[in-house]
Design a protein around this ligand. Structure first.
Ligand SMILES: Cc1cc2nc3c(=O)[nH]c(=O)nc-3n(C[C@H](O)[C@H](O)[C@H](O)COP(=O)(O)O)c2cc1C
Length: 366
């Protein structure tokens, strides 16, 4: 099937439609699915639609600057790439293409532990500066230590420790499809482990490797084996955010794992302001889940996020046209953001705050 020219794509959803038509059903379902009844999956996107932005007029918005930085990472726009597993199912060069897109755009990616490209391969492609590394803490601590050491040696600049996966959520489509890695692909960070010989039921096997006894003392333990900054990903509760900061983490990623873990939990944008309040500026707060429009990015920043991360939109771009597809997806989001900033009268990322969100109860009584 011939895809239409990339420049004719106008929004993230059009990329999703092409990905759905072109990817094998098992792969598309793996990427698209949420857990159980997928209530939170729709909520993540829909809650954004309930938040209203207030247009402002007569402000000089002839120049808009999208640049920002997060933990020493300079970004051309406050949109980063979330870690998603097994990207070579979407494109033969998978994670390498994703890196190329991030580099070309002045953005930034996080490599998944369960990637189809190893930390060493990505590092070589990235001239020793491959971004951040997402870490699952495995039961077998020697596997975790080994992975952290390899990530450090490969030039990764931070660890993103995912804390919402004591077990894998139930994604029914994966059971139906008996999800497994397509022939010829490997989880390259574990080339020596039996993991790569598993046929069906791959999710179950991965789930069984992850340590479900993880507690905050393990963050202290991680600190003893690495000097890299540690962000925790998968925080939804303000209490957890507070405890995370007390345990010395360097950043918080508000995430419900793209609605793939606990179904019927709140959307991420719903809890974001509560977490920002609990963290109280002590560390940067990022958010992911359901970001599909530039207006979503603006709302997340207005509610206190330093930047957003996107997961599936990147996979849809990658499946459609490799790095060029991702670049188009992210450029569209940035251009939408730029326009939304102009309409709400803000010209820099640092000037974005909650005053651009319509709140009838605190409306001025002029
Ligand atoms: C197909 C897929 C694979 C994912 N793999 C991982 C992973 O390996 N590690 C991780 O921490 N999060 C993983 N996530 C969660 C993402 O990092 C991110 O939280 C989520 O995709 C954001 O929601 P969005 O897809 O609506 O943008 C995955 C998400 C998807 C959709």
């Amino acid at each position: 099937m011939k895809n239409k020219p990339i420049s004719s794509y106008l929004n993230v959803d059009e990329f999703k439609q092409t990905a759905e038509k072109s990817l094998p059903r098992m792969v598309y379902d793996y990427y698209a699915s949420g857990s159980d009844s997928q209530v939170t999956l729709s909520e993540n996107e829909n809650y954004y639609k309930n938040i209203k932005l207030m247009p402002r007029g007569m402000i000089d918005v002839s120049r808009i600057d999208l640049k920002t930085s997060v933990l020493g990472v300079d970004l051309s726009s406050p949109i980063m790439i979330a870690p998603t597993a097994m990207q070579c199912m979407a494109h033969p060069r998978g994670e390498l293409e994703t890196y190329t897109a991030a580099k070309n755009l002045g953005s930034h990616m996080t490599l998944s532990s369960i990637a189809t490209t190893s930390v060493e391969e990505l590092s070589e492609h990235a001239n020793g500066n491959p971004g951040w590394f997402q870490l699952y803490v495995f039961k077998e601590r020697s596997v975790t230590i080994n992975l952290v050491k390899r990530a450090e040696k490969s030039g990764f600049k931070a660890l993103v420790v995912t804390v919402d996966t004591p077990f894998l959520g139930r994604r029914e489509a994966d059971f139906r499809n008996d999800f497994s890695l397509p022939h010829g692909l490997l989880l390259k960070n574990f080339a020596d482990l039996p993991l790569n010989k598993v046929q069906g039921g791959l999710n179950k096997y991965i789930g069984s490797m992850v340590d479900s006894s993880l507690t905050w003392t393990d963050i202290t333990w991680l600190r003893t084996i690495t000097k890299l900054p540690i962000l925790v990903k998968g925080i939804m509760s303000p209490e957890d955010a507070h405890i995370a900061v007390q345990n010395g983490v360097d950043g918080i990623i508000v995430s419900n794992h793209g609605a793939r873990q606990l179904d019927t939990c709140p959307s991420t944008i719903e809890v974001l302001p509560h977490i920002v309040r609990a963290v109280n500026g002590r560390v940067p707060v990022l958010v992911d889940g359901g970001v599909r429009r530039g207006t979503d990015v603006l709302k997340a920043l207005a509610l206190g996020a330093k930047a957003v991360m996107i997961g599936r939109p990147v996979l849809w771009g990658l499946a459609t046209a490799g790095h060029e597809g991702i670049e188009r997806v992210m450029t569209l989001l940035s251009e939408e953001l730029r326009l939304a900033m102009a309409f709400t009268g803000v010209t820099t990322v640092s000037a974005i705050n909650s005053s651009i969100i319509w709140n009838p109860s605190s409306a001025s009584k002029l």
